[in-house]
Design a protein around this ligand. Structure first.
Ligand SMILES: C[S@@+](CC[C@H](N)C(=O)[O-])C[C@H]1O[C@@H](n2cnc3c(N)ncnc32)[C@H](O)[C@@H]1O
Length: 252
């Protein structure tokens, strides 16, 4: 007569070994990379929920924000948050701006597709890529060599041939390439650098956060007789460093 079999009992140790085995298999491969269509979905949600919902309507800007792979411009440690509604660290104590602020500043430049645009504060290169989608030529100056080098690699890896980078103090603008149709500054000086106003074409727009702790996002439009100034919203940017910190406030 066959002996009766009792149901197999799995000990806690057995579960522990299984968990350890699964962990061993998981760790070398890491979490699975996000799929391209998931990332495209997240960009669409970012545009609808964070940007269009707050009133940015320029179709070129919305299309550029939906296209540029923001996650490739941030360090891997924060990549999962690339499409969230806040700024992120990019190293060297600097940040990539919140997606809405990038979109708002780009829309305030009122680009029409033929423009030559100067950016001060390349950072990760993300804003430069968004500009590169819309403008004919983009020139971007960054004071920190390490950030500029990394931005150069990211932008060239993505094939942006109409974006040129330079390391230097953006206070001086980029006189050899002036005049510009539009200039955007992504670090806050305590006062507007006069060379940037000088390097605008008549009709050109300068979008710039100005102030020390309390900052305002300002738009200057150059006219035949001088400049017109418009205050858009209060903002909080990293300070512009270099020559502008040595002078006395004027031009506000
Ligand atoms: C908010 S971050 C820029 C974000 C960037 N536009 C992006 O898309 O990642 C500001 C950048 O301005 C740079 N910066 C600060 N002062 C500068 C100056 N005088 N000239 C050029 N770049 C400057 C900082 O090093 C920093 O990378």
């Amino acid at each position: 007569m066959a002996a009766a079999t009792s149901p197999m009992r799995l000990s806690p140790e057995w579960f522990g070994s299984l968990a350890a085995l699964l962990l061993l298999l998981w760790v070398p491969f890491g979490a699975p990379p996000a799929r391209a269509d998931d990332l495209a979905d997240r960009r669409r949600q970012m545009v609808e929920g964070q940007i269009r919902a707050r009133g940015v309507e320029d179709a070129r800007v919305l299309a550029a924000m939906e296209k540029v792979p923001r996650h490739l411009f941030v360090p891997e440690t924060v990549r999962a948050q690339a499409y969230d509604d806040y700024p992120l660290p990019i190293g060297e104590n600097q940040t990539i701006s919140q997606p809405y602020i990038v979109a708002l500043m780009t829309s305030l430049l009122a680009l029409d597709g033929d423009d030559r645009v100067l950016e001060i504060g390349t950072g990760s290169g993300y804003q430069a890529a968004v500009l590169g989608e819309i403008a004919a030529d983009v020139f971007s100056v960054e004071i920190l060599d390490a950030l500029s080098q990394r931005a150069r690699e990211t932008l060239s890896g993505l094939g942006y041939r109409n974006v040129r980078l330079r390391v230097g103090d953006g206070f001086a603008g980029w006189p050899e390439e002036a005049p510009f149709d539009a200039i955007v500054v992504t670090a806050a000086p305590p006062r507007v650098p006069q060379p940037l106003l000088d390097q605008l074409k008549v009709g050109g727009r300068l979008v710039i956060p100005v102030g020390r702790f309390f900052q305002d996002l300002l738009v200057y439009t150059k006219t035949a007789n001088g400049v017109e100034k418009r205050n858009v919203i209060p903002v909080r940017f990293v300070p512009m460093t270099g020559e502008v910190q040595n002078g006395t406030p004027k031009n506000r």
